[in-house]
Design a protein around this ligand. Structure first.
Ligand code: HBI
Ligand code: FE
Length: 275
């Protein structure tokens, strides 16, 4: 059952949309939904998700027992990389979202999907936000990448480049793949929290897997209603950080006047990554 929680500090909601997690209000069915999703993904992800994600998951002890308490997770996370998790009722406005990230707070939705929505949801719920996003925040480079992303997001809004940074987020944080010595691995939270896409993105013959390039990504539209038709592959988190945390204004300028690309497009200059 979805949980409705009244903010403990009503005035804060207008500023930052933060509410109380309302951990005590989850039903046994809510915790059972978490456990089912957790067990399914734990079976699928070894050998598919990157080591940094699997390590983070282990270090957080985001237990299989049930929906974790954000306060407890935050204490571990804060020790590791200075991030905390705050509860929000769902999607928050872009500026609010970016401001949280720029202050090393990850806004996590507090409610969980209903049992009949196990396989597909268009909006984030607590399983996507916590299982999907939080483990990588234990990694110091990724933690800094997301923090810098928040600052870039605020700057992009001032420059009218919101669409560009939103695509960057989508194709890295949500649906990114990484090349490792052992082969391609998943780091995107939209993938690690989805049973079917975790397999499809690595093993499907349909999607294109293209070497990550910021300008290319920022031109590419994305779909929110189906598996991705294209995944962008980074070489390392260090390299991703270097490529995206400088002044993005020059990239926006370079892209002025270029046409947007459809998710299925492949360009002559794209470097396709083999499995
Ligand atoms: N709010 N809670 C929440 N989670 C998101 O991922 C999120 C959001 N608001 C805006 C937003 N994402 C996007 O516009 C960014 O991806 C750019
Ligand atoms: Fe997400």
């Amino acid at each position: 059952m979805a949980v409705l929680t009244t903010p403990t500090r009503p005035w804060d909601r207008y500023k930052d949309h933060v509410i109380d997690q309302g951990w005590g209000d989850y039903s046994e069915e809510d915790h059972a939904t978490w456990r089912t999703l957790f067990e399914r993904q734990s079976n699928i992800l070894p050998g598919r998700a990157c080591e940094e994600f699997l390590e983070g998951l282990e270090r957080l002890g985001v237990a299989a027992e049930g929906i974790p308490e954000f306060a407890r997770l935050s204490d571990i996370l804060e020790q590791a990389t200075g991030w905390r998790i705050v509860a929000v009722p769902g999607l928050v406005p872009d500026d609010v979202f970016f401001r949280h990230l720029a202050n090393r707070r990850f806004p996590a939705t507090n409610w969980i999907r209903r049992p009949e929505q196990m396989d597909y949801l268009q909006e984030p719920d607590v399983f996507h936000d916590v299982f999907g996003h939080v483990p990588l925040l234990v990694n110091s480079i990724f933690a800094d990448y997301l923090w810098a992303y928040g600052r870039n997001g605020l700057e992009a809004m001032r420059r009218g480049a919101l669409k560009r940074v939103a695509r960057l987020y989508w194709y890295t944080v949500e649906f990114g793949l990484i090349r490792t010595a052992e082969g391609l691995r998943i780091y995107g939270s939209g993938i690690v929290s989805s049973r079917s896409e975790s397999v499809y993105c690595l093993e499907g013959d349909k999607p294109n897997r293209v070497a990550f390039e910021p300008g290319r990504v920022m031109r590419t539209n994305y779909r929110i209603d189906d598996f991705q038709e294209i995944y962008f592959v980074i070489d390392s988190f260090e390299r991703l950080f270097e490529q995206t945390t400088g002044d993005l204004a020059t990239v926006y300028e370079r892209l002025t006047g270029t046409r947007d690309l459809a998710p299925g497009d492949v360009l002559a200059e794209d470097r396709l990554v083999e499995l």
